[in-house]
Write a protein that binds this ligand. Structure first.
Ligand code: AP5
Ligand code: MG
Ligand code: ZN
Length: 215
């Protein structure tokens, strides 16, 4: 199964991706996670990415596209993958399509997690993440069992630097201008499916499984 997850920042892409990846045994490839790992390791890619991410803007297409193409050629992607946060521009979507065409492959679906803007700010500013293992929480909707500690590995959870009110509003603008056009891109190719992301986390997952099961 080859899946692209679409949706605004805070829609729940990362949250659902973890469950989908477990259920279907496909790797979860999050460009945001790859950038953050490179930032924490201070690699050249991380230093470049940080300049854009901290402002809520996109990392340039050439950097992102090459990074994803490399990742998709690794062994664990042979039986499919779940892309979270890529593509994010029409350019990126076209590059992905070319990559797939060159291998005689196609996506199974581009799954849009639909959440109105009104929900987003509370989701993002309440998000906490584990810097060690990447697990993600929400202070109200999905709190860790022991306050402030990751359920998986026990580290102190932190707030992402780009989850402040100001950066979130820039990220939403960027989404509307650069990423929303992908909804039509995939609609025109009959690949778009949509799930209501305002439901509770487990309900969203159930709806996603119904969609994926009926493809
Ligand atoms: P990225 O890390 O991809 O951030 P994003 O797309 O803005 O999405 P988020 O990770 O913020 O949200 P999410 O949908 O994963 O939500 P989550 O599940 O965590 O990208 C970061 C940056 O990297 C970009 O701004 C850009 O600079 C750069 N970048 C990345 N990819 C790029 C690309 N392709 N090209 C160029 N630049 C790129 O959920 C959010 C919160 O809500 C959590 O606290 C969660 O617990 C909670 N929650 C989730 N679902 C529910 C629910 N159903 N009900 C209640 N709460 C919920
Ligand atoms: Mg995410
Ligand atoms: Zn952890």
């Amino acid at each position: 199964m080859k899946i692209v997850l679409l949706g605004p920042p805070g829609a729940g892409k990362g949250t659902q991706a973890k469950s989908i990846s477990n259920r279907y045994s496909i790797p979860h490839i999050s460009t945001g996670d790859i950038f953050r790992k490179n930032i924490s390791e201070n690699t050249p890619l991380g230093i470049e990415a940080k300049k854009h991410i901290d402002k809520g803007q996109l990392v340039p297409d050439e950097v992102t596209i090459n990074m994803v193409k490399d990742r998709l050629q690794q062994d664990d992607c042979k039986n499919g993958y779940l892309l979270d946060g890529f593509p994010r521009t029409v350019n990126q979507a076209e590059a992905l399509q070319e990559f797939l065409n060159s291998r005689n492959e196609d996506l199974d679906t581009a799954l849009l997690i639909e959440v109105p803007t009104g929900f987003i700010l509370e989701r993002m500013t309440g998000r906490r993440v584990c810097p060690s293992c990447g697990a993600s929480y929400h202070i109200k909707f999905n709190p860790p069992t022991a306050q402030g500690k990751c359920d998986v590995c026990g580290s102190d959870v932190i707030q992402r630097k780009d989850d402040t009110e100001e950066t979130v509003s820039e990220r939403l603008d960027v989404y509307e201008r650069q990423t929303q056009p992908l909804i039509d891109f995939y609609k025109e190719r009959n690949l778009l499916s949509t799930v209501d992301g305002t439901q509770a986390i487990n309900e969203v997952f159930e709806s996603i499984c119904n969609i994926l099961g009926s493809l």
